[in-house]
Design a protein around this ligand. Structure first.
Ligand code: AMP
Length: 171
């Protein structure tokens, strides 16, 4: 295992997908077998308690929720863009740093940790928390690889989110 930092494997792409957004490209991290494994292990180790389920947010959240379930045990629940899961589903509309989306999940029971790659405005995570509550789950924790601390959170954002990597500014 080399001693590179995980941050060295995340590339900032200016003005993508729209002007003013610094997109965090995690492709180099995913492609490196040692660093991806290290990131997944360190993310899981941030949690005081392991859940029954890992809920990944489509689509990059799936990569981490699946890997965390494989490494730490527990099932996977999908949180998908609306129209992808067959009915019945619970749906919710929300805004991200650069788009408007609608998420959907299947109803269920148990403790879960919600997982995504990037936390920006928090709209996605807050919507997913709302969905999971409505669908019958108990949200135990929120876990992301990257927290963009410089992005203005949505009004009334109230979640306590665990993150492996933080960025204080876009550059
Ligand atoms: P938000 O709801 O604003 O917190 O946005 C989080 C979602 O949008 C995550 O699922 C990310 O994959 C994606 N996202 C938002 N901003 C960025 C960014 N600067 N770089 C990469 N992905 C982002």
């Amino acid at each position: 295992m080399n001693e590179d930092s995980i941050k060295d494997y995340i590339k900032g792409i200016p003005d993508f997908p729209t002007e003013g957004i610094s997109f965090k490209d995690i492709s180099p991290l995913l492609a490196d077998k040692d660093m991806f494994q290290k990131a997944v292990e360190e993310m899981g180790n941030l949690l005081p308690k392991l859940p029954d389920y890992w809920i990944g947010i489509e689509s990059r959240g799936f990569l981490f929720s699946s890997a965390l379930a494989y490494k730490f045990g527990g099932g996977v629940v999908m949180c998908r863009k609306a129209g992808k899961l067959p009915p019945p589903t619970v749906n919710y509309s929300y805004e991200t740093e650069y788009s408007k989306d609608e998420l959907s999940i299947k109803a269920g029971r148990g403790d879960l940790v919600i997982v995504d790659d990037v936390l920006a405005t928090g709209g996605t995570l807050q919507a997913t928390n709302h969905l999971c509550d409505t669908a019958g789950y108990t949200v135990q924790d929120n876990l992301v690889l990257i927290d963009l601390l410089y992005v203005q959170r949505i009004p009334r954002f109230h979640l306590n989110v665990r993150s492996l990597i933080q960025y204080e500014s876009a550059s």
